[in-house]
Design a protein around this ligand. Structure first.
Ligand SMILES: Nc1nc2c(ncn2[C@@H]2O[C@H](COP(=O)(O)OP(=O)(O)OP(=O)(O)O)[C@@H](O)[C@H]2O)c(=O)[nH]1
Ligand SMILES: [Mg+2]
Length: 349
């Protein structure tokens, strides 16, 4: 079960793409009665097809590209007699999910080519070769019977790295078991799996939350642990799915108040350090800290104390329970306001 879950969600792939070669120009001469060798009439070759990537909102993963690693457009047809130009080769069209970033691998190094952030947005990554010229093109006053034509140009060939980066407004972060998936289930119609063991979530989940007739997208990613930025646990490979969020909700597991061996402030700092190590920009993202699972706590004095410390540090803190729903309308409201504030800040720039 766990394996199928991660097998289905593919967020990286490398494909070789080859545009079509141009068709060759040909050598041909008019045949007329009494004029066995008339003027040159060899046509040009057709252009090779391009390789085009198109964003498609109906797709959610790069699974198809993982298995289809070679993409080739058709070559152009050769020219014909009577000055006929060969047919152009058909383009190869590759559909990818919205949010796919394309890189050309140049000497193994990725160079960004395009970021397909809207449905139907497209980019030509490899151009088909021009067709060759037929001998008719080479006729001049002094060379009335050219007996040569040129070959088509080869199509472009390159290696493309595809990287899916989900487009969400709010990203949920926290240690495994902090209650991220439970929260997403509570505030949206998404139904990610929830269980009482770490790393239940193996792939990011998206949900749409709604408040006052407006909606925003929330991403639940697999739990982070100390060393995630160096690959510990599921590592940081899922962090890229919150790179484009405008707001982070950082969940702290209130159950830790019932366990003397745990230190919630330390856990908070651990996750902050991993975010910073992955991308200092992520550490500057607007953050709402949620002291979660407070339904477990009969005595809320420790919650008050931690909340005070975090406020002192300048954090925006809320408390609640994804399981019972306590505090959730405040959480959704705060998410919406933070998304708006981020939008306004962006617009003002
Ligand atoms: N009492 C209580 N339990 C909760 C709450 N939220 C989550 N849980 C429980 O905590 C455990 C982990 O919840 P998940 O939502 O799977 O946690 P997660 O952060 O998504 O975990 P990973 O996917 O492993 O990173 C489950 O047993 C949940 O039922 C809460 O608000 N109150
Ligand atoms: Mg989860």
């Amino acid at each position: 079960m766990a394996m199928t879950q991660s097998d289905q969600f593919v967020d990286e792939a490398t494909v070789s793409v080859s545009a079509g070669d141009g068709g060759g120009g040909i050598v041909s001469f008019r045949r007329e009665k009494f004029a066995p060798r008339g003027g040159p009439n060899g046509g040009d070759g057709g252009k090779g097809g391009d390789v085009v990537f198109v964003a498609d909102r109906n797709l959610a993963t790069l699974r198809d590209q993982k298995y289809q690693r070679d993409v080739r457009a058709k070559s152009g047809a050769p020219g014909g007699g009577n000055n006929r130009t060969g047919h152009g080769g058909a383009d190869a069209v590759v559909r990818v999910p919205v949010g796919t970033v394309l890189y050309e691998l140049v000497g193994g190094e990725p160079v960004e080519l395009a970021d397909l952030t809207a449905d139907k947005e497209q980019v030509v990554v490899a151009r088909g070769g021009q067709g060759g010229q037929g001998n008719a093109r080479f006729a001049t006053a002094t060379r009335q019977a050219p007996d040569f034509a040129t070959q088509g140009k080869p199509g472009e060939r390159l290696k493309i790295r595809l990287s899916l980066k989900l487009l969400a407004d709010v990203g949920l972060v926290g240690l495994p078991n902090a209650g991220k998936s439970t929260l997403l289930r509570r505030i949206s119609a998404a139904k990610p799996r929830v269980a009482d063991y770490p790393f239940t979530t193996l792939m990011p989940n998206l949900g749409v939350a709604e408040i006052d007739h407006r909606t925003f997208v929330v991403a639940d990613i697999p739990g982070l642990i100390e060393g995630a930025s160096e690959g510990v646990g599921l590592g940081d490979r899922f962090l890229r799915h919150i790179e484009r969020t405008r707001v982070l909700v950082h969940l702290l597991d209130g159950a830790a108040f019932l366990d003397e061996t745990r230190d919630l402030l330390g856990e908070y700092d651990t996750i902050r350090a991993e975010l910073t190590a992955y991308d200092p920009g992520l550490a500057e993202r607007r953050e709402i800290v949620l002291l979660n699972k407070v339904d477990l706590l009969a005595d809320r004095a420790p919650v008050d104390a931690l909340e005070a410390i975090l406020r002192e540090r300048g954090c925006d803190v809320l408390r609640g329970s994804g399981a019972t729903g306590e505090g959730m309308s405040e959480v959704v409201g705060a998410m919406a306001r933070a998304v708006d504030a981020a939008d306004e800040a962006e617009a003002a720039q």
